[in-house]
Design a protein around this ligand. Structure first.
Ligand SMILES: [Zn+2]
Ligand SMILES: [Zn+2]
Length: 235
């Protein structure tokens, strides 16, 4: 109640303003209607891993990789393509401690997930950061996005049951095989997930190796189904 009142007062004092062009925000978002509509989305993507597919063809198609070797997660929903202005929005959030940008990205992702009628999981699990990274950065960006999504869909967020026990080297520049090796044994689940439908939350899914490894670990720990909810997916 108090926090609602506080939010309302803040909204009046600082009306939503588009972070990209400075115009008035729409629907309580710090984005105007035009900039929101211009954010890059995929007209057609793999129904399993969200990789963009050529514009023509059946809407429920699978990409070649998922046909050859389906990923451990049931479905990946990525709200946006990781193209301009997403790197600036996510990058700003990552490196300049701009938590308001993460909140905005979470709100936009909730809108997209609703539009796509995404199946609602029972639990949101943000991709954990190793504690040394968490200390260095001060917060986990996936957890911030999960918090917004959890509130939007009234789903609990569990940021404690799964930990990153190995500080992995950054995945950028690694081959797919090296990425998998780099991640092996990186996560540990502390509580059993008896049949629970979980959605892993991440900011950007690049090759999918991190969320795949985490999905494998969660399924091994008893999760009934694992989905992935990401803000953006690299094409
Ligand atoms: Zn704008
Ligand atoms: Zn795919």
């Amino acid at each position: 109640m108090l926090s609602c009142l506080l939010e309302e007062t803040l909204r009046r004092l600082y009306p939503p303003t588009c972070v990209l062009c400075g115009a008035s925000g729409c629907g309580g978002l710090d984005l105007c209607a035009g900039c929101l509509a211009d954010l890059p989305t995929d007209s057609r993507s793999c129904s399993r891993c969200a990789l963009p597919l050529p514009a023509e063809g059946s809407p429920a198609a699978l990409c070649g990789a998922c046909q050859r070797r389906p990923p451990p997660f049931a479905v990946c929903h990525a709200a946006f393509r990781y193209e301009d202005p997403l790197p600036a929005l996510v990058g700003g959030a990552k490196f300049r401690a701009r938590l308001n940008l993460l909140r905005l990205l979470g709100q936009c992702s909730a809108i997209t997930l609703r539009e796509r009628n995404a199946q609602i999981p029972e639990l949101l699990l943000p991709v954990p950061l190793h504690r040394s990274r968490l200390r260095e950065r001060g917060y986990n960006q996936a957890q911030e996005v999960a918090r917004i999504l959890g509130r939007a869909f009234a789903i609990p967020v569990d940021a404690r049951s799964c930990v990153r026990i190995r500080a992995t080297v950054p995945q950028t520049g690694l081959e797919q095989k090296e990425r998998r090796r780099n991640l092996r044994g990186a996560f540990r689940v502390l509580n059993p997930l008896d049949g629970v439908h979980v959605a892993i939350v991440d900011d950007v899914v690049t090759t999918g190796s991190t969320v795949s490894e985490l999905a494998r670990v969660l399924l091994k720990s008893g999760a009934g189904r694992v989905d992935v909810w990401a803000v953006a997916r690299t094409p």
